[in-house]
Design a protein around this ligand. Sequence first.
Ligand code: ADE
Length: 228
Amino acid sequence: MRIDVITLFPGMLEGALRETILGRAQQAGLAEIHLHQLRNYATDKHRIVDDRPYGGGPGMVLKCEPLFAAVADVRSKDSRPGKVVLMSPGGTVFNQPLAQAWSAEERLILISGHYEGVDERVIEHLVDAEVSIGDYVLTNGTVAAMVVIDAVVRLLPGVLGNGESAQSDSFSEGLLEGPQYTRPPEFQGRKVPEILLSGDHAKIAAWRKECAERKTARVRPDLKQAKT
Ligand code: ADE
């Protein structure tokens, strides 16, 4: 899979993308991630990418010209067309089913929004999806793009090792994951639940499912359409 990120702050991603599983995935050729400086696509000599909003109001708005030019140029670097996604607090909320769906794409082109917003013509005519990573406002969409990259790349075939299966992730069954324990069997008087030491795999699976359902009902009742 190829991922392109168009951002004013590529430095926010450079280090993070080199680390751990994402770094490994790129080295193994499973994910190819390219960063593009939006300012390089500004059309004026001051390399201005934003302007005051029509109709007044606070803050600045990212202009059409650099964003359309950036997407056209980035698109032309590879024959795979790619889904264009704008990171924005005004988008639909990114979640695990979306991560699953996007991990099947050949290419994603992520645009990190900034300032108070982005010219609406970008949203209407340039992007295929506008997504938020949650109901809070970040200074810009670059960290949000990182979140999407992380969630998508770890689902690509071969990225997680055998011991790191995504199968039992929280949300993968529409439920939060139940509790996990590791050695020692007793810590400061607190014991690991007996059943986990029993070796009875069917009973352990049933217990885990019950714990996951109880936790989901308590912490995230909105997820309750649990599959059976
Ligand atoms: N840019 C600013 N806040 C954001 C959010 N919550 N999600 C995606 N992009 C953003």
